[in-house]
Design a protein around this ligand. Structure first.
Ligand SMILES: *[C@@H]1O[C@H](CO)[C@@H](O)[C@H](O)[C@H]1NC(C)=O
Length: 580
């Protein structure tokens, strides 16, 4: 019965013109996504979340993004495009706001990169330059990929301190000292650690890249990235507070910090008479007299005999006995009709048909071309290598970890996915403080985000259920989404049927949704009516959009009361099991 009515409803949909359906669909999609965001925010508020309190930690640079960008130390770049006067190169916008995805801490804001596929640049000057000469440097910050990350960077740069350091002019060309953090595009995924090193002989800077960087975590939960550089030239990268990579600035970077002491002499070349082939054919060996180079590889097997059942007089192919001349065949025009040839069925049952020949076999006398056996070459001198000379460009910097003074922090990024959020930046000299700071800020946030994600995630054992079998309290979010989607699908075709089909939809939702959907279905044409004009559709779509807002509020109420009911139910259950 259900299948039959769905079929009938499908026919209604087929009458509606594609245009109109598109408009109505987009309004419905909008309504659905409002429902999803409300469901998410209501459910996530059901998780008991910590509330943000500013830290009392102090560091040379510490940022929790408690204020709006206006009037803060952060300045978006207004660097001009090359060779133009007016256009900004970095049109991407920034804001300070709370996350909208998996929010872990109430009132906890971060710096958010707002625009897709745009160049973004923002920086903040340090109160005074940060140096780490003979001291530890710790760089730590949180990254939250609210829209995932398919292709883009989320790394930071510590900028070289110089008089010209102007936030307004911050760009990809601004000299930096350290670049650290995630960068992903397709299958390339790394946590960059690059430092710019000054060649003490030439004064030129060169980027030194970590040779095998760890991978960034691509998750909508917050990820914490920590870089520690110690005075003994070692470094460590931690992700979410766990050690992910150890190494030293002297050994694990490319190109190496220090050039080789000796290099190949460019003037040296291999002498003409240098022998570098280790073996040679034995010059004393001769071909044995009985070695017949001309003996063929294969010969006829003279011992073979024709199998007894071989049918020498039967052809292998015969005219198809079942073929018939087509009725419209015209001998005059088409020529004589010849039946097609088919394999002779008589040959299938025996060893073979037709003239028999003795088969070929491998020639036991075959030896092939003679060649002298190989012996060690008495003149062999080994592989040739040019002479080594002292490297004229040699220097040795034993302390590349003594970075030059850093004057600012900057994010200069392009990314396909927007809404990347940065928070809790620590730049200082204490591993202990950085760790205590993350335990105070990051650890509870991560735990809370996990709880929110778990609350939103359909439980594994419930996943295969059809929308009909869903129980609200098993998974409120999935319940509402599934019921609502089902409802939208059916109601687009027949609102009355839809109301019978999905009677409750968590109480209040139905009232708003039915109104919305009746409007939508009105726009589609609802069956017998003639297709409406474009103007009618536009008006109806606007009406539907307005209704979507109202529905959103009603859904919020419905979900909240549903969540409360669910909580009550859980309480009842635990009381009952406690009493047993
Ligand atoms: C790095 O070194 C520290 C200290 O020795 C150690 O605890 C940590 O496990 C190491 N990390 C890795 C990834 O090997």
């Amino acid at each position: 019965m259900r299948a039959a009515s769905l079929l009938a409803l499908g026919c209604y949909a087929a009458i509606a013109s594609a245009d109109v359906v598109d408009d109505a669909e987009s309004a419905a999609t909008e309504a659905t996504s409002s429902v999803e965001s409300v469901v998410e925010s209501v459910t996530s508020s059901a998780v008991n979340k910590p509330t943000f309190t500013p830290t009392t930690f102090k560091a040379p640079f510490l940022e929790q993004f408690t204020d709006s960008l206006d009037g803060s130390r952060w300045k978006a770049s207004h660097a001009k495009k090359e060779n133009t006067e007016e256009e900004w190169q970095f049109v991407g916008t920034w804001d300070v706001e709370e996350p909208t995805v998996l929010r872990g801490v109430e009132g906890d804001k971060g710096l958010v990169l707002k625009d897709k596929a745009a160049h973004h640049a923002i920086s903040a000057k340090f109160d005074k330059p940060i140096t780490n000469k003979d001291d530890t440097l710790v760089v730590q910050y949180e990254v939250k990929l609210q829209g995932g990350l398919e292709c883009g960077g989320a790394y930071m740069k510590l900028l070289q301190d110089n008089k010209k350091l102007q936030s307004d002019e911050f760009s990809n060309a601004s000299p930096y000292i350290i670049m650290f953090g995630p960068d992903k595009c397709g299958s390339t995924n790394k946590v960059h650690f690059i430092f710019r090193h000054k060649n003490p002989k030439t004064g030129e800077y060169e980027e030194k890249h970590l040779k095998s960087p760890p991978s960034a975590r691509i998750t909508k939960q917050t990820t914490l990235y920590t870089l520690i550089v110690r005075p003994d030239q070692s470094f460590e990268i931690k992700i979410d507070g766990e050690s992910s990579k150890n190494g030293t600035l002297l050994e694990d970077f490319s190109p190496a910090v220090n050039p080789p002491k000796e290099i190949d002499d460019p003037k040296d070349s291999k002498p003409e008479d240098w022998v570098d082939t280790p073996t040679m054919p034995d010059p004393d060996a001769t071909k044995p007299d009985d070695w017949d180079e001309d003996a063929p590889y294969e010969i006829v097997d003279e011992s073979a005999e024709k199998p007894a059942d071989w049918l020498e007089d039967e052809p292998t192919m015969i005219p198809d006995p079942e073929a018939e001349k087509p009725e419209d065949w015209d001998d005059e025009e088409d020529g004589d009709w010849v039946p097609p040839m088919v394999p002779n069925p008589k040959c299938d049952e025996v060893s073979g048909c037709g003239p028999w020949e003795k088969p070929m076999m491998k020639n036991p006398e075959y030896k092939g071309k003679w060649s002298a056996p190989m012996i060690d070459n008495p003149d062999y001198k080994g592989p040739w290598a040019p002479r080594k000379i002292a490297n004229p460009d040699y220097y040795e910097d034993k302390t590349p970890a003594n970075f030059e003074p850093m004057g600012a922090i900057g994010f200069e990024l392009w990314t396909m996915q927007n809404d990347i959020l940065f928070d809790n930046i620590y730049i200082g000299h204490s591993e202990k403080d950085a760790d205590a700071f993350q335990k105070e800020t990051f650890a509870p946030k991560k735990a809370s985000e996990k709880a929110v994600e778990d609350a939103e995630k359909p439980k594994q054992e419930d996943a295969p259920k059809s929308p009909d079998d869903l129980v609200f309290m098993d998974d409120p979010v999935l319940y509402i989404k599934e019921k609502f989607n089902l409802f939208v699908e059916i109601a687009k075709r027949d609102p009355v049927e839809a109301a019978k089909f999905v009677p409750e939809i968590a109480g209040g939702l139905a009232v708003g949704a039915v109104t919305l959907l009746i409007i939508l279905v009105g726009a589609i044409g609802g069956g017998a009516k003639a297709a409406p004009s474009k103007e009618q559709v536009n008006a109806k779509t606007q009406q539907a959009k307005d209704q979507a807002q109202k529905t959103k509020d009603q859904v919020a109420d419905a979900v909240t009361s549903g969540t409360d009911k669910a909580k009550e139910e859980v309480n009842k259950r635990s009381t009952r099991s406690g009493a047993q």
